[in-house]
Write a protein that binds this ligand. Structure first.
Ligand code: AMP
Ligand code: ZN
Length: 141
């Protein structure tokens, strides 16, 4: 398990700072977010320090996300939420503040007033095709 000394989530993993831990396995930890957007807002993190999703080996990511069905089910049943958002920020442009991979599980109820801007746009002619081909080519490399 690799940790980073100044990372707050590594410090939780190593027990240097407290957290309300709801799930602990050999390689994953889930704990309540200290600044909840909703009751039961939980963070799921790998115990090893990876700054962003792209830094994680696929098998480690698979093991981590494998906890989501049971964890989200437990959170929903305890909070009485009727839905949840899964949020995973990568990079400061996307709002990532803690550089240790984490999944936010944010319980939602009808009319809870939580929301985010979803300013849907549209593609200029040809742009979607060009993007599609470029991404397919990047995946082949
Ligand atoms: P992000 O903006 O995606 O990097 O989110 C970081 C999240 O970590 C925020 O929602 C913070 O409230 C949360 N957070 C930061 N420090 C702690 C901590 N010590 N214990 C629990 N949650 C934390
Ligand atoms: Zn870390």
């Amino acid at each position: 398990m690799s940790t980073s000394p100044n990372c707050p989530f590594c410090r939780i993993v190593t027990g240097q700072i407290p957290a309300a831990v709801v799930l602990a396995t050999d390689d994953a930890l889930a704990f309540l977010d200290i600044g909840p957007l909703a009751d039961g807002h939980t963070l799921l993190v790998p115990k090893s320090h990876y700054p962003t999703l792209g830094d994680m080996p696929p098998d480690a990511l698979q093991r981590l996300t494998g906890h989501l069905p049971a964890l989200t089910g437990a959170i929903m049943s305890v909070t009485g939420a009727s839905g949840f958002n899964l949020l995973q920020n990568n990079g400061s442009a996307a709002g990532q503040v803690v550089d240790h991979v984490h999944f936010h599980i944010i319980p939602r109820t009808e009319g809870d007033g939580l929301g985010f801007r979803w300013n849907a746009g549209s593609y200029a002619p040809g742009r979607a095709d060009a993007l599609c081909q470029a991404i397919q080519a990047a995946l082949r490399h």
